[in-house]
Design a protein around this ligand. Structure first.
Ligand SMILES: [Zn+2]
Length: 265
């Protein structure tokens, strides 16, 4: 089990990776359950994920209260995290995002998000859609702004890995941070590919066995993707990390380059 300090470091990396991979922009957030205290989770204060540093991480109880008397404003939608951790003992990390290719599958009836390739077997059989009108009535601002809405979202998620939120985005869970980040990235990829394939004709999705086997295989090699994604946001290796290749991959134009090298580790 990672120490709280190590979890915070990985959580900072997760924030930057999700931005670099186009899963979050100025909005969206990622949390991790504190393994030493399962009734607590770690989540940044309200800010853009790409700018999060270790000093920005706050601790919360499952009701969404900030612990330790820290008065910096938390994310309004922190109840997504607390209520999913409460409902799902197996969940150790949660990503909430508004990635653009996912949105159509939350609003179009008859087009469920399903696993189209082996990288997204975790989506099987399909991602459920949370309809906020069922929990908040017809005049909400679409946000999960209290515990009861968080609990309703957790019920829609059920035992799945991903729940879409109609007209809003998605929430993705994992047994650890790396798995949650991997799933969030490939949920967006799957949505983009599925939209393209549906334009071409009838689509053959992974069946139950293919999806389960592919997901189990990917879970064994999550670190391969994580290490690459982390390299893009962390800059040159330090003594504690493996050496970076001589020619670094070209960064995305929107990558968080302003913070490179500035982090206190
Ligand atoms: Zn949101």
């Amino acid at each position: 089990m990672l120490s709280t300090r190590a979890l915070i470091e990985e959580l900072v990396d997760a924030n930057h990776i999700l931005y670099d991979q186009g899963v979050v922009d100025g909005f969206g957030h990622v949390s991790v359950r504190d393994g030493a205290r399962p009734d607590r989770f770690l989540l940044a204060r309200s800010m853009a994920p790409a700018l999060v540093d270790a000093a920005d991480i706050l601790a919360f109880d499952l009701d969404g209260n900030v612990l330790g008397g820290d008065r910096r404003p938390p994310y309004l939608e922190r109840f997504i995290h607390g209520e999913i951790y409460r409902a799902r003992a197996d969940v150790m990390a949660v990503v909430h995002n508004h990635s653009p290719c996912v949105i159509p599958f939350g609003v179009a009836s008859g087009a469920p998000l399903r696993p189209i390739c082996h990288m997204s077997g975790f989506l099987h059989p399909e991602a459920p859609v949370f309809e906020i009108r069922s929990a908040a009535g017809p005049a909400s601002d679409m946000l999960i702004r209290d515990r009861s809405l968080g609990a309703a979202l957790a019920r829609s998620l059920g035992e799945r890995a991903v729940v879409l939120m109609r007209g809003h985005g998605a929430t993705v869970v994992g047994a650890n941070l790396r798995q949650a980040v991997f799933r969030a990235v490939y949920t967006e990829v799957n949505a983009r590919l599925q939209s393209e394939a549906l334009r071409l004709g009838a689509v053959t999705f992974l069946n139950a066995e293919e999806a389960a086997n592919a997901a189990a295989m990917n879970d064994k090699v999550l670190s391969r993707a994580w290490d690459l994604w982390r390299l893009r946001v962390q800059g040159p290796a330090t003594a504690s990390r493996p050496a970076a290749p001589k020619s670094r991959p070209r960064r995305r134009a929107h990558g968080p380059s302003t913070r490179r090298g500035s982090r206190q580790r």
